[in-house]
Design a protein around this ligand. Structure first.
Ligand code: BGC
Length: 533
């Protein structure tokens, strides 16, 4: 596999792409996306200019949280394929210069994992301490005030032993006890298992929460939980001092880092913290995680001042550790969050172009290259457990509808009469077929952008810096002999060009083209320019 131009680590100039597997491409005709479907579509990713693909969980799972409840860490869930399909995916992706990240879920297992079934047998089980068990509070209720991200308390009572077990997500997702050395050792082996099979690294689910307070103390409560609050509001009513981001949590990944180093593998963690100083602890020094999804960029709405401030803060605080994702399978798509339609897509494109001149790793979510907003599940369809369990909660189905490959039946996603998440058909203009080779389409613009990136990324040979500007809505990022200028305002504005000879090589509005500039350049409203020196 290719190294980074200039001999750095391969991920220093790589562009990533998230595949939400069950919605990407169905290769077997059962209505659910799978590994054979992904293999069939690797040419699309290669043509787009992707270097590394993160594939959401495909391990055996009862599916309470669509695969984020793993019952066996060393196999493939039959609807997604077989281990032979995984091996073929790695081989076929590598043949195209694309690396593969496995989504590993270490915070919790499925309640049907043999470890948990063993633990459930009672306190004498040698797996009991692999999970977090506590006696009830004096009133018989949960042992502390922690709440689940998906609604309700983070504890479920086990009538057999008379104890509660902890789950930051669903009761079907019991949390592992990462203070138990046997859990750590078990995951060392799981990591090696996938690396030995050819994986190029991991996207690590809920990496910020593996260790909990050893005494499982109450979280300070910031406000009353309003009646009828959705799970996120209930969650935000607490200061999460004790259920996440313990001071010693990054240490877990120092241990993983030594394993990853043997394989030149990437550790990309989900660090869902909004305090970027705390986020930085996970990547500083490069001896724990290599890259993190800090998540604010995946949920922020288009408030230009807030967007600019968030990008600046992340870039200056976490810098090279950032995986620049503006979209993922857990949040409404940015086109939708940023105002919808062409305007939402243009705004998203500004950030995609800008992220190339920032340190870190730009990431796309499937369908982002088509400039599409959220899909519409058919009336009455609710698949996401957040929506199913919480009256009135929107849930995450809208960003998870099947990838639109073509016009017509099921948008070319499956040959089955219906997809696992039935949704309104997308018009041709929102599909890969409808946009391929069509001048100026979102797909072609993304291909131009990433194609250009491949040609110029050797120029990004120095750490990125943000250049001063007295316009809060203008971000100027310089990475060696590459500069990105993003104007987030609704008006065109002048931006100063660094001294020397510079040419504009990409405009988020007009695509690739070369013109020299000197001194200053006019940046159209809500657009970004890339310059090479
Ligand atoms: C994943 C979610 C999942 C949760 C629990 C995450 O942050 O991205 O899709 O529901 O972890 O595993």
């Amino acid at each position: 596999m290719p190294d980074a131009p200039g001999g750095g680590r391969w991920w220093e100039t790589a562009v990533g792409y998230e595949v939400y597997l069950r919605s990407f491409a169905d290769g077997t005709g059962d209505g659910t996306g799978d590994l054979p479907g992904l293999i069939d579509r690797l040419d699309h990713l290669e043509a787009l200019g992707i270097d590394v693909v993160w594939v959401t969980p495909f391990m055996p799972s009862p599916g309470a949280d669509h695969g984020y409840d793993v019952a066996d860490y060393r196999d493939i869930d039959p609807p997604f394929g077989t281990l032979a399909d995984f091996d073929r995916l790695v081989a076929e992706a590598h043949a195209r210069g694309i690396r593969v990240l496995v989504d590993i879920v270490p915070n919790h297992t499925s309640s049907e994992h043999p470890w948990f079934l063993d633990a459930l047998s009672g306190p004498a089980s040698n797996k009991r301490d692999w999970y977090l068990w506590r006696d009830p509070a004096p009133d018989g209720g949960p042992p502390n005030n922690w709440v689940s991200y998906f609604g309700g308390p983070a504890w479920t009572f086990d009538p057999v032993s008379g104890q509660y077990y902890c789950h930051l997500f669903l009761p079907e997702q019991p949390d592992l006890n990462w203070r138990n050395p046997d859990v750590r050792a078990a995951f060392d082996d799981i990591l090696r298992y996938w690396l030995d099979r050819g994986a190029d690294g991991f996207r690590i689910d809920v990496a910020h929460s593996l260790l909990k307070d050893p005494d499982l103390r109450d979280n300070p409560q910031l406000s009353e939980i309003p009646p009828g609050a959705d799970p996120m509001n209930a969650f935000l009513s607490f200061q999460h001092l004790h259920d996440m981001d313990q001071d010693d949590n990054p240490g877990i990944f120092r241990r993983w880092n030594t394993i990853a180093a043997e394989y030149d593998a990437l550790l990309l963690g989900e660090i869902a913290l909004d305090d970027f100083e705390r986020v930085r602890r996970y990547t500083d020094g490069g001896d724990a995680l290599h890259r993190v999804f800090a998540l604010r960029t995946t949920w922020m709405a288009w408030n230009p001042a807030y967007v600019a401030e968030s990008v600046r803060d992340l870039a200056t605080t976490v810098g090279p550790g950032v995986a620049w994702a503006f979209s993922c399978h857990d949040q409404p798509r940015p086109v939708t969050r940023f105002g919808g339609g062409v305007r939402g897509a243009e705004r998203t494109m500004v950030l995609s172009a800008l992220s190339l001149a920032l340190d870190g790793m730009p990431f796309l979510y499937q369908g982002q290259e088509l400039g599409i907003g959220d899909g519409e599940p058919l009336t009455g369809i609710r698949e996401d457990p957040i929506a199913v369990r919480n009256e009135g909660a929107a849930g995450r189905d809208g960003c998870r509808t099947p990838m639109p490959w073509a016009e017509g039946s099921q948008n070319g996603f499956t040959t089955a009469p219906t997809a696992w998440l039935p949704s309104r058909a997308r018009p041709s203009a929102e599909t890969v077929e409808g946009q391929r080779s069509r001048d100026g389409s979102w797909l072609e613009r993304h291909r131009e952008l990433l194609g250009l990136w491949r040609r110029v990324r050797h120029l990004a040979d120095r750490p990125a810096e943000l250049l001063p500007t007295d316009d809060d809505l203008m971000i100027i990022a310089r990475r060696g002999r590459l500069v990105a200028i993003a104007n987030l305002s609704e008006h065109p504005a002048d931006a100063a060009v660094p001294e020397g000879d510079w040419s504009v090589v990409f405009s988020s509005r007009d695509g690739v083209g070369e013109r020299t500039v000197e001194g200053a350049v006019v940046v159209p409203a809500e657009s970004a320019l890339l310059l090479r020196g």
